[in-house]
Ligand binder design. Sequence first.
Ligand code: HEM
Length: 331
Amino acid sequence: NAPPPPGPPRFKGTKLVHDRAHPWKPLKRGDERGPCPGMNTLASHGYISRDGVASPSEMITAVQEGFNMENKLAIFVTYMAHLMNGNLVTDKLSIGGKTKKTGPNPPAPAHAGGFNVHGTFEGDAGMTRADAFFGDNHSFNQTLFDKFVDFSNRYGDGFYNLTVAGELRFQRLQDSIATNPEFSFKNVRFPTAYAESVFPINFFVDGRKKEKKLDMDSARSFFKDMRFPPDFFRSAMPIGSEGINEVFAMHPFLPGGNVDGKVNNFVVDPTAGDLTKPCVLYDDILNTVKGLYPNPTGLLRRNLIKNLHHFYSGFAAILGEECVEKFPYGQ
Ligand code: HEM
C-alpha cells in the first residue's frame, strides 16, 4: 500500500509540457488547491488528478514530468509532506485543505489535513501567501504579489532573478518580524523558505531560455492562475534548489521566531535546524511524525515504516548523507 517512489525519468531534457494532453482547466467545486504554485499548476493541467488529491508516487512523477524536478529532491519533499499531512493508510495527500477524498480520518492527533496545515510544511514569510496568523495561509495574495513585482522592478529590471530572490526573502522575514506576533522560522521552514525562493527561477523559466530570469506575466500565470504560460517548455535538465546558497549569503539569517506573543521580538533558537544542520532537521521531522503517531498499529504502522524510509532516501541524498537513518517504529 506504500509503494517505493518512482525513479528518475528516462528522458531528462526540455520538452513542451503545456501540450495537448495537458490542457489547463478551471477549478471545479470540491477541487483542492493550496500554498504550492508548482503543485497547483500540475493539478490544473492534469499532471496529477485535477481534484488536487494524489499519492506521493503520482506527485513525484508529475513534478519530474511537468517541471523536471530532480528525483531525490522530489522524493524528499513529497514524503516529508505526506508524512506530516497525508493519509498513510490510503496513500493519498491533498495539495490544499482537508478533504474526505483522502479517506477515513487517522487516529488523532494525526489529521491528514493536506498542504494547508500550518506549522508542518507550510510556514511563515512566504512570497505570495500570507502568514497563518493573518487568517489565510494558502491562497494567492495580490498585495504580496504586488511586492514580488515591485522587488523584481527594483532589483531585477522587471524580472525575478537571484538578486531579487535574496532581497525579497530577507524583506519577507523583516515583514513577519514586524507584524506577526507568532512568527516562527526554523527547522523545516528554514530550508523550504530558501528553496522556494529559487524555485521560480529554476522551474518557472522556460527551459529554452538561456537567462535565468522570470518575467512577470509568467510569474502571474503560475502563482495566480496555476497555469503554464502558452507553449511552456520545462527546465532543460533535472533541477532542484540551485542558487539557494547565493540567496542565503546575500542576507544571512539565524533560525528563531518572535517570542512572548510580541512583534519585533525575534529571538534566535540555537537548538533549531537551519541550512547547516541537516541532522537536527531530520530529528525535528521525526519528532513531528512521532507526535502525530504516538502509537500506530497494523497497516498504519507498516506504512509509517515504509514512508519514513522513502523519506530518508531522498533526504539523505540531498542534505543529510552524514545523518544516520532512524527507525522509531522498527524496521
Ligand atoms: C510552496 C509543497 C514541489 C514551487 C510550497 C508549500 C508546500 C509545498 C507545502 C508551502 C510552503 C510555504 O510557503 O509555507 C511541495 C511539494 C512538492 C513541491 C510536496 C513536491 C515535490 C514544487 C515544485 C515547484 C514548487 C516542483 C515549482 C515548480 C513552490 C513555490 C512555493 C512553494 C514557489 C512558495 C510559494 C510562495 O512563497 O508564495 N510547496 N512543493 N513546489 N512551492 Fe512547492
